[in-house]
Ligand binder design. Structure first.
Ligand SMILES: Nc1ncnc2c1ncn2[C@@H]1O[C@H](COP(=O)(O)OP(=O)(O)OP(=O)(O)O)[C@@H](O)[C@H]1O
Length: 506
C-alpha cells in the first residue's frame, strides 16, 4: 500500500511513473501531460495540493473526455463503490484498516480522540493520553496494490443531538471484485487484531455497536465450585455442538439457551460470563433494559448475529410490571426506584426471549443479586434452562484463590532445568510448592467460610501479592477492619432511617 503523501520524493517519482499507464486507462488523455507534471507534483506538500494540480492540469490541457471524467468523478459509473453503515461491524473493520495506513496520517481533516487502546506505560506525563487521528469529513485518495482508491467518511449531526457517520470506499474501475478484495483485507486485518480477544457490543439507540475488545478471560481464573463449573461448561459445549443445532432444527425449536447466574455481589457472575465468552470464542452483546423501549428491544434482538452471548446484567434492577389481573403489563416497567418511565414491557421481553425474532445459537445470560425479586415468568424453564448459584467463598474456593495469586502459571513455569524446582522470583517472596501448600492451609484456617465474597478475598490477596506470608500475617487484622466498617455502615444506615422517621413524625 502506498499513499501519494508518504513516500520519499525519489521513490515517489518512480512509483508514480509505474502507475501512469493505469492513469491513462482511467483518465484518457492524461498520459501526454502527466510526464512533466509528475516531477512538479512529487515535490508538493500534500496529497490535497497534488490532487488539485492534477485536476487543474487536466482541466487546462486534458481532452474533452478527461475533463468530463474529472467533473463527474467519483460518482460516474466508471467508479465502483462500497458504502458502509456506521452501525455495522464492517464499519469498524474499514476504519481500523484505514487508520493503519500511511495516507490516514496525512488527511487534511481528521477526527482526534484520546487513544484508549494505547499500551503506553503509565508514568511519564508527556506520554499521558496519547491522541489518535482518523480521516474524517473528506475524501482521501490512496494507492493500493497499483490501484487508485478513494476513502470517504462523513460525520453529520444526527437525531437527538447525536452524530451520524457513514463511510465509503471507491475505486476507479468497474470491477467490484477489486473493492471486495480490499474490503476482505480490512476484514482479515481487523479479525487478526481481535484474535484472542472478547468483543463486547453495546447498543446506541436501536443498533449494536462494538464498544471494546478485551483479552479473553480464561475459565481457570474464575474460582467457583469445580463441579458447577464442569456442569456449566458441559452444558454450553453440548449446546454449541453442530449436532445439537440439527437436533433443534429437526424439531422446529428455537436454537437458543438461557442461563441465570445469581448470588451475592462479587461472587463472579460477570467474570463467569466473560470467561464463557472467551472459552467458546463468542462475542458478548450487553443489553441495558433501562435505556430501551419495546421497539428497540425487538430490533436489537432481530439484529443479533448467530452464536453470541446476550448479557442481561442485574436483571432485577429493571423489574417489569404485571397488571393487577396477573398478566404481563404491555406498557410499563418499573425501575429500581419505583419510577414507571422505563418502556420495556414484560410481555415484549418474554416474547423476544422466546426466540420468535431472535438469532439462532444465542446464549442468554442473565445475572442478578436478587433472584427472589424476579418475575417467575422471566425465569421459567425454556427461558432460563439452567440456574447457577454462586456462593460466598467456601473452604475450597479460599484455597483456590490463594493458589491463584501465589502459584500463577507464569510463575510456576519458571523452573530450574535440572532439579525441576521453581526458581524464586526476585522480590516476590517466592516459596516452593510444598511450602505454598502449607501456607495455603494456614490461610484457609484463618478465614471464616461463606462469609466473604471471592472479590473481597482476591482484593486482599492482591494487596499482599508479593508475599503469601504477609497475607497470612495480615488477614486477621483485615477481617477485623471489614467488620468495623460494616458495623459503622449499619449504624449510619439505621441512624438515617431513624432520622427520616423522626422527621416524618413532626
Ligand atoms: N469467583 C471469582 N473468581 C475469580 N475472581 C472473582 C470471583 N468473583 C469475583 N471475582 C473478582 O472480583 C471482581 C468482581 O467480580 P464480578 O463483577 O464478576 O462479580 P459479580 O458477581 O458480577 O458482582 P456484582 O453482582 O456486584 O456485579 C472482578 O475483578 C473479579 O475478577
Amino acid at each position: 500500500m502506498a499513499s501519494l503523501d508518504n513516500v520519499s520524493p525519489a521513490h515517489n517519482q518512480s512509483f508514480l511513473f509505474s502507475q501512469m499507464p493505469l492513469l491513462d486507462l482511467f483518465f484518457p488523455g492524461l498520459g501526454p501531460v502527466t510526464s512533466p507534471a509528475w516531477s512538479l507534483l512529487t515535490g508538493g506538500p500534500s496529497i490535497y495540493s497534488r490532487a488539485l494540480c492534477i485536476v487543474g492540469l487536466l482541466l487546462l490541457f486534458g481532452n474533452k473526455s478527461a475533463r468530463a471524467t474529472i467533473v463527474s468523478t467519483p460518482n460516474r459509473p466508471t467508479v465502483s463503490k462500497i458504502e458502509v453503515p456506521y452501525t455495522d461491524e464492517a464499519y469498524d473493520m474499514l476504519i481500523f484498516w484505514v487508520c493503519s495506513q500511511p495516507f490516514a496520517q496525512s488527511a487534511r481533516t481528521s477526527l482526534a480522540k484520546i487513544d484508549l487502546k494505547s499500551s503506553a506505560e503509565p508514568g511519564s506525563h508527556a506520554e499521558k493520553k496519547p491522541l489518535h487521528y482518523s480521516p474524517c469529513n473528506g475524501r482521501s485518495y490512496f494507492w493500493h496494490k497499483g490501484r487508485l482508491f478513494v476513502f470517504n467518511r462523513q460525520r453529520t449531526l444526527g437525531d437527538f443531538g447525536g452524530t451520524r457517520e457513514e463511510a465509503s470506499l471507491s475505486y476507479f474501475g468497474r470491477n467490484p471484485a477489486v473493492l471486495r478484495e480490499l474490503f476482505n483485507e480490512c476484514r482479515r486485518f481487523y479479525l487478526e487484531s481481535v484474535e484472542n480477544k472478547t468483543c463486547v457490543f453495546e447498543h446506541q439507540l436501536d443498533r449494536w455497536k462494538a464498544s471494546r475488545s478485551m483479552a479473553k478471560r480464561e475459565m481457570s481464573t474464575v474460582i467457583i465450585n469445580r463441579k458447577l463449573k464442569e456442569m456449566l461448561l458441559g452444558d454450553v459445549t453440548e449446546f454449541l455442538d453442530p449436532k445439537t443445532r440439527a437436533w433443534y432444527s429437526k424439531r422446529g425449536l428455537p436454537y437458543q439457551r438461557g442461563y441465570l447466574l445469581h448470588g451475592p455481589p462479587g461472587t463472579g457472575k460477570s467474570s463467569l460470563c466473560l470467561s464463557i465468552a472467551g472459552h467458546f470464542d463468542l462475542d458478548v452483546y450487553v443489553l441495558t433494559l433501562s435505556s430501551l423501549n419495546d421497539h428497540s428491544l425487538k430490533t436489537l434482538f432481530a439484529e443479533l448475529p448467530q452464536h453470541c452471548i446476550v448479557l442481561l446484567e442485574d436483571v432485577d434492577a429493571t423489574a417489569v410490571h404485571r397488571k393487577p389481573d396477573g398478566s404481563a403489563d404491555p406498557s410499563q416497567s418499573v425501575g429500581p426506584d419505583g419510577s414507571t418511565d422505563k418502556k420495556v414491557s414484560l410481555s415484549t421481553l418474554l416474547n423476544v426471549l422466546d426466540g420468535l425474532a431472535s438469532s439462532q445459537g444465542r446464549l442468554l445470560i442473565m445475572t442478578t443479586n436478587h433472584i427472589e425479586r424476579l418475575d417467575p415468568a422471566l425465569i421459567r424453564p425454556g427461558r432460563v434452562d439452567m440456574k447457577v448459584e454462586l456462593y460466598l467463598a467456601d473452604e475450597d474456593m479460599i484455597n483456590q484463590l490463594f493458589f491463584f495469586v501465589y502459584n500463577h502459571p507464569s510463575k510456576t513455569n519458571i523452573r530450574d532445568d535440572e532439579s525441576g524446582r521453581i526458581i524464586p522470583q526476585p522480590g516476590e517472596g517466592a516459596v516452593d510448592d510444598c511450602e505454598l501448600l502449607h501456607l495455603g492451609q494456614e490461610f484457609v484456617a484463618k478465614v471464616p467460610k461463606l462469609e466473604f465474597s471471592p472479590a473481597k478475598i482476591l482484593s486482599f490477596l492482591l494487596a499482599n501479592k508479593h508475599s503469601p506470608r504477609h497475607a497470612i500475617a495480615n488477614v486477621v487484622a483485615w477481617m477485623e477492619k471489614l467488620k468495623e466498617e460494616k458495623a459503622k455502615l449499619t449504624r449510619i444506615t439505621s441512624w438515617a432511617l431513624d432520622d427520616n422517621d423522626g422527621f416524618g413524625d413532626h
